[in-house]
Design a protein around this ligand. Structure first.
Ligand SMILES: [Zn+2]
Length: 323
């Protein structure tokens, strides 16, 4: 029997690294997480023993392509070509693993004619390698990393894992339990240096008290935000990694992920300062903070770690296997 966990639409966010020319960020449904990997519905197609294929919904149209081509497109969209090769290899394996995991879950109602889509807030970003090449974007290292790791995925207890990833963590990654409310053995909090190399590592979002009231009144009608802003936030509960799990907002417990979504914050690891007529959120880290940190992978690679070291650091108790 499989266990799927959805913690509520819009309450959590999957963010992807995409500096400079890459697009950035977005709000997503929580990933479907299997805490105990077991037999599930779909499978990667591998008819006749040839190359595995996957059907990808690209700008609304289902396209069947070799799995490895898809992995190249996702890796190209997710990590800069000039990152260290071991970090790109780690990203390639994570992208491939997540694709296989999604296939095994079965097709989403959002795209019943495709295994995955190119919407990063639902499945994963995809960048057509040919179009990127035509636009003058070098993808030689991405291509090399995908080829070097062809067919490799991470498994836990013999099943592909939900290899979620994000741009940059604070000093530690978040455990899935603290962000999505369900404990996943391989998605625990681990130390993750290197996030501060991201230009997005720290960020501040300031909203006026009026705008804040309006948004909170719409999203949480029972929250009382009638007094002075300094009285609105109480009793926040933080994760081991520093992210806000819940905070009392106008007397109502609100999840950190909900605050993040409502105000477009870079992460749930935030502190709040108020004035008489404004509220500022200062965030550390970029993304949901669960699983592989792309800047953490870069840092580890710079310290001499292999992609396998990186992957097994961020995804606990997993092993490299073949599709
Ligand atoms: Zn999708």
């Amino acid at each position: 029997m499989r266990r799927l966990f959805m913690t509520g639409l819009g309450l959590s966010v999957i963010l992807y690294l995409l500096p400079a020319v890459w697009s950035l960020t977005g709000t997503a449904e929580p990933p479907e997480l299997l805490t105990v990997p077991q037999t599930v519905a779909g499978e990667i197609k591998n008819e006749g023993g040839g190359q595995p294929t996957i059907t990808v919904q690209l700008e609304g149209t289902p396209v069947e392509m070799p799995l490895e081509q898809y992995v190249e497109g996702v890796t190209a969209a997710e990590i800069p070509n000039d990152f260290p090769i071991e970090a790109i290899r780690a990203q390639a394996v994570a992208a491939r693993t997540y694709a296989v995991y999604k296939c095994r879950l079965g097709r989403s109602e959002v795209h019943p004619d495709a295994d995955v889509c190119d919407n990063f807030s639902h499945c994963a970003a995809y960048r057509d390698p040919a179009a990127a090449a035509a636009a003058g974007t070098g993808l030689d290292r991405v291509r090399q990393a995908v080829q070097n790791t062809a067919g490799q995925i991470l498994t836990c207890q013999g099943a592909p894992i939900a290899a979620v990833f994000h741009s940059a963590s604070g000093p530690r990654t978040e455990a899935a339990r603290d962000v999505w409310g369900e404990d996943v053995p391989y998605l625990q909090s681990v130390v993750s240096p290197g996030g501060s190399a991201s230009s997005e590592y720290e960020d501040t979002v300031t909203v006026s008290a009026d705008e804040f009231r309006k948004k909170v009144n719409e999203a949480f009608p029972s929250a009382d935000v009638s007094g002075a802003p300094r009285t609105w936030f109480k009793a926040s509960e933080r994760s081991e990694a520093g992210g806000i799990i819940t905070v009392k907002l106008g007397g109502v417990p609100v999840e950190g992920t909900a605050v993040r979504t409502l105000f477009g914050l870079h992460s749930t690891n935030f502190t709040i300062t108020t004035t008489e007529d404004s509220i500022s959120f200062h965030t550390v880290g970029y993304g949901h903070g669960v699983g592989l940190s792309q800047y953490g992978a870069r840092y580890m690679a710079e310290q001499g770690a292999s992609y396998i070291d990186i992957l097994t650091h961020y995804y606990k108790d997993t092993v490299l296997s073949n599709v």
